[in-house]
Design a protein around this ligand. Sequence first.
Ligand code: UTP
Length: 227
Amino acid sequence: MKVVISVGGSILVPNEIDVDYMHELAELTNKLSDRHQISIVTGGGKTARKYIEPARRFGASEIFCDLIGITATRLNARLLAAVIGEKANLEPPKDFIAALKAMNFGKIVVMGGTHPGHSTDAVSALLAEYINADLLINATDVDGIYDKDPQKYKNAKMYEKLSVEQLVDMVKSYSLGAGKYELIDILAAKIIQRSKIRTIFLNGRNLKNMRTTIEGKKFIGTVIENG
Ligand code: UTP
């Protein structure tokens, strides 16, 4: 099975780099890669924000801040590739053609951002579309998609299923500011919709759950119903 995993920066670099988590993710990826073609798109996390915020304060444009963000996502991709080891591509592909080439060499592709104006969630959706992936996993620090922010509201309810139209509707008013994407960006939602990509939102910290999801077993998460 071809699987693209978008790993939110909030898990990789919640405040400082979580190397232990990267190690566990790398072990899982290495194991799964015997039977599946795995690609990972890494978010920028705190590193992105720590650089974007002061740059913006000093008058940097949004595209400039996006480019800073992309650099942070690629930095995380490089580190994760180092932790995965020889099965990973050494150089984070800068576009989808380079990603496909690395895949065709049998590599676990680990990449960050590509172009300004969106987040790595859109990159993962575009990559999934490009390689005709069987599954796109959006891994964040919560179990799925909720009716309200579960980190603020104790009574927030998680959706087990959500139609792609509901997803698009939820994110359409979200900010496009550099370093400010929330659930996912509108481009990612629209790509998932147009190509009917099987998409699951889950907690990236729960790697056992990520494994059962990929293996087609029981899992906790939100399934996007699209067609
Ligand atoms: P992220 O994908 O980490 O954005 O990229 P995010 O969703 O805001 O952060 P997390 O994952 O929830 O922590 C960081 C920033 O890099 C720029 C954007 O400014 C984004 O907010 N970026 C990233 C791009 O402009 N293009 C890309 O392809 C990727």
